[in-house]
Design a protein around this ligand. Structure first.
Ligand SMILES: *[C@@H]1O[C@H](CO)[C@@H](O)[C@H](O)[C@H]1NC(C)=O
Ligand SMILES: *[C@@H]1O[C@H](CO)[C@@H](O)[C@H](O)[C@H]1NC(C)=O
Ligand SMILES: *[C@@H]1O[C@H](CO)[C@@H](O)[C@H](O)[C@H]1NC(C)=O
Ligand SMILES: *[C@@H]1O[C@H](CO)[C@@H](O)[C@H](O)[C@H]1NC(C)=O
Ligand SMILES: *[C@@H]1O[C@H](CO)[C@@H](O)[C@H](O)[C@H]1NC(C)=O
Ligand SMILES: *[C@@H]1O[C@H](CO)[C@@H](O)[C@H](O)[C@H]1NC(C)=O
Ligand SMILES: *[C@@H]1O[C@H](CO)[C@@H](O)[C@H](O)[C@H]1NC(C)=O
Ligand SMILES: *[C@@H]1O[C@H](CO)[C@@H](O)[C@H](O)[C@H]1NC(C)=O
Length: 373
């Protein structure tokens, strides 16, 4: 998850107009509300398991759910691919206090009920879950578990491996908030947009340079007398004007975020909370390679995310609306996530658009996401 997007995501439960999620056979495991004896209660935690490729003794490829109310079915995450290659089990576990894994039912997000939302409990949930899998799946008693997740979940994957190496043989931490590990002589070492650039460059050098050019053309147009015609070319809600510099600066950022989301959520199927279309990254690359009008590269990419202009979520691109990007973001469950960013993961966002494709106006943005408690 791009932290810029997290930053603007204040809404919970964004409903997609298009839903093509496939059903998932979820299962439940009983967990203590507190693994450390603070209370004796238990709750049901949701998980999914996919064993089509499993060969006894094969690895347990474990996807840790993150700050979403949607739990990815194990067969729609990257662990499916790994399980396929390794003869492994693909499993996913919902994060406590999110989705349907609620220690206090519908009252779970009342402040006084949040105290067992601790990193230690989250880690031990995963340890007990892996123990449960090893006990119940034939031949898995000595299987090695590899934890994977992204963004906040990437942080968790690394934390699980560091703190519970006996359970987690390995960790694949994607897009974790690693800003704090940055090299002081190169503060952008782990810059999000550097990663996005690299994804596009690796897919196609040609697409990458066309994207770079498209953003440069957009910047020029936003400073030129024919700025008004961008309304029709990008399906903007209102006619842009030269003097509205704030909105004009927001427009490329809004569009760039769709490129980022497509790279982050290149899932094989459309599903709420991830991507509204299947293989969005491949779609963006295809659009870019086949389209020669730079502004249309941006227009078609932007609207591919919403399917088409007129979509009920976004009938037009409202570049004057600071909260417009919320419509594009996955369904972050903000109450418990803000609790986490105010307690054990006080992350900061620092996105600077560097590198070839997204070389927009440098914008240093460091905002602490703890805004609630
Ligand atoms: C994933 O597995 C579920 C059963 O748990 C099935 O209904 C669904 O169609 C599968 N999805 C994909 C994309 O294979
Ligand atoms: C949990 O149950 C045990 C045994 O009934 C009891 O001794 C203990 O006080 C309980 N702990 C809490 C936190 O309620
Ligand atoms: C909890 O909320 C859900 C969704 O609003 C509702 O369907 C369910 O009945 C509630 N459960 C209880 C125990 O109140
Ligand atoms: C830190 O960044 C500088 C400048 O890019 C680079 O030369 C150096 O190798 C980096 N150090 C580490 C430990 O990555
Ligand atoms: C912008 O893209 C959308 C979606 O591909 C398309 O329907 C629309 O015609 C494009 N706008 C222009 C002016 O070509
Ligand atoms: C820009 O100029 C137009 C026309 O002069 C005016 O109506 C509008 O309020 C101005 N907008 C801003 C953001 O200053
Ligand atoms: C992208 O284009 C390739 C080559 O034409 C095609 O095989 C693929 O299905 C396309 N992918 C998407 C998501 O449009
Ligand atoms: C665009 O956003 C502005 C600012 O939030 C709002 O006043 C306006 O009504 C919006 N326009 C449309 C067409 O939604």
């Amino acid at each position: 998850m791009s932290f810029l997007i997290l930053l603007v995501a204040a809404a919970v439960g964004i409903v997609r107009s298009q839903s093509t999620t496939s059903a998932c056979d979820y299962q439940w495991i009983t967990q203590p509300i507190d693994h450390f004896g603070g209370t004796n209660g238990t709750f049901q935690q949701r998980y999914s398991i996919f064993d089509d490729f499993y060969e006894p003794g094969g690895p347990i490829m474990f996807f840790q759910g993150e700050e979403s109310w949607v739990l990815d079915c194990a067969n729609t995450t990257i662990v499916y691919e790994y399980a396929k290659q390794l003869g492994g089990l693909a499993v996913s576990l919902e994060h406590r206090y999110f989705g349907q894994s609620l220690p206090y039912g519908n009252d779970s997000h009342i402040p006084s009920n949040m105290k067992y939302l601790t990193l230690d409990n989250v880690m031990v949930d995963a340890v007990s879950f892996i123990d449960h899998i090893k006990e119940t799946i034939e031949g898995a008693a000595d299987s090695k578990a590899i934890v994977h997740s992204g963004s906040y979940g990437g942080f968790l994957a690394a934390a699980f491996r560091l703190n519970h190496p006996d359970t987690f043989f390995g960790a694949l931490a994607s897009a974790g908030p690693v800003k704090s590990f940055s090299n002081s002589s190169d503060p952008d070492t782990y810059n999000w947009w550097r990663w996005v650039n690299r994804v596009y460059l690796e897919r196609s050098q040609e697409a990458s340079s066309k994207i770079q050019n498209a953003f440069q053309v957009l910047q020029k147009r936003l400073a030129s007398p024919d700025i008004a015609s961008l309304k029709g070319e990008l399906n903007l809600c209102s006619t842009p004007s030269l003097n509205d510099t704030v909105s004009n600066a927001r427009l490329p950022v809004t569009i760039a975020n769709i490129f980022s989301l497509a790279a982050e959520f290149n899932y094989p199927i459309a599903q709420p909370g991830r991507s509204p279309i299947a293989y969005p990254l491949d779609r963006v690359i295809n659009i870019t390679l086949e389209e020669n009008d730079p502004i249309q590269i941006l227009n078609r990419t932007f609207w591919s995310w919403f399917d088409a202009p007129g979509n009920q979520l976004a009938p037009c691109l409202n570049h004057t609306d600071p909260l417009f990007l919320q419509k594009a973001v996955p369904p972050i469950e903000t109450v418990p996530f803000h609790y986490i960013t105010c307690t054990y993961m006080p992350l900061a966002s620092a996105n600077v658009r560097t590198g070839p494709s997204f070389h927009l106006t440098p914008r240093h943005l460091t905002v602490h996401l703890c805004t609630v408690i």
